[in-house]
Design a protein around this ligand. Structure first.
Ligand SMILES: [Fe+2]
Length: 311
């Protein structure tokens, strides 16, 4: 087991706070270890939404998870957004904040999609500078999540995991390792998901995400609309054996079932924390898929319609 660099405590097994579950949570106070909340939902909210957040924050640990930081955009850091985010983080006592290694817009226009970045030296320098600015302003660790991707840049000069590892080394940010996203991208681009995990310093992993996805045959869509598949659970187990306990969060954003179903799915993670040790250099498993995926216009539209759920 490897402690994380920032000594962030392992909060246990959490679920994402979603509005369809507000009434259930307030009435039943379920024994959830912690909640992850989408920052943008609460940045400037009032009324019932703020009331619910405050009640939840009184009873549970909360971690903020954003979708608008857009560190990969050519735009400068949006300090107006950060000011609101810092106030919210202070309000709910979020021990760190997380967002995504991606871009979500340009020229101050938010497209509400988590878009892939080119893995080049130039983008690494640009994002490193922005990440440093964000952490200095926020005065708490920033943890960036790997996103599911459906296309790659021909200009990339390094792998996704090398880019993420170097960004963490240069900027001192942490990683939110979304195991489902690794699996989805590995399938779509034809790489070994275990190699991704092996190349990330376990001390820099601060949190895990787990979610379901949709298998379209030629590619996977990160839809968060179902149970986690066995292969992703096994990948979580593989990653966990390198890091030890880390905050683990189950995401379910489409066709959301009753709260207890979501909670039980999150608690399945306990079974994979006690399983037999697997050597980090274990056998490689390359998902059976074409090495390069070319999306048709129809598939691109389908992806755009579902992509906003990759939180
Ligand atoms: Fe995620």
């Amino acid at each position: 087991m490897t402690p994380n660099k920032w000594n962030i405590p392992d909060l246990g097994f959490g679920v994402g706070l979603r509005s369809v579950h507000y009434d259930h949570i307030l009435e039943h106070r379920p024994p959830v270890d912690w909640f992850e909340v989408i920052s943008e939902t609460y940045l400037e909210s009032g009324g019932r939404v703020r009331y619910v957040l405050d009640r939840v924050a009184e009873q549970y640990p909360i971690v903020l998870h954003g979708v608008s930081l857009s560190v990969g955009s050519s735009d400068p850091v949006n300090f107006g957004y950060l000011k609101l985010l810092k106030a919210l983080a202070d309000r709910v006592r979020s021990p760190y904040i997380s967002d995504h290694l991606c871009w979500t817009g340009v020229n101050a226009h938010n497209v509400h999609d988590l878009l892939p970045i080119p893995y080049t030296e130039e983008s690494l320098r640009h994002i490193t500078q922005k990440v440093k600015q964000v952490m200095e302003f926020m005065e708490r660790p920033l943890v960036l999540e790997n996103v599911s991707t459906y296309a790659q840049f021909s200009s990339s000069s390094m792998s996704e995991w090398e880019f993420h590892a170097r960004l963490m080394e240069d900027s001192q940010c942490g990683m939110l390792m979304d195991v489902n996203n690794i699996y989805v991208s590995a399938y779509n681009h034809g790489f070994d998901p275990k190699e991704f995990i092996d190349r990330i310093d376990p001390a820099l992993v601060c949190q895990y995400h787990l979610a379901g996805h949709t298998n379209k045959g030629t590619h996977l869509l990160d839809t968060h609309n179902d149970h986690v598949i066995d292969e992703v659970w096994e990948l979580y187990q593989y990653a966990y054996q390198r890091t030890g306990g880390r905050n683990t969060l189950l995401e379910w954003d489409e066709d959301i079932p009753d709260f207890d179903v979501v909670h039980q799915e999150a608690l399945k993670a306990r079974e994979y924390r006690t399983a037999e040790q697997v050597a980090p250099s274990g056998p490689r498993v390359r998902p059976s898929t074409p090495p390069v995926m070319r999306l048709t216009p129809l598939e691109k539209n389908e992806r755009v319609n579902s992509m906003s759920h990759d939180l």
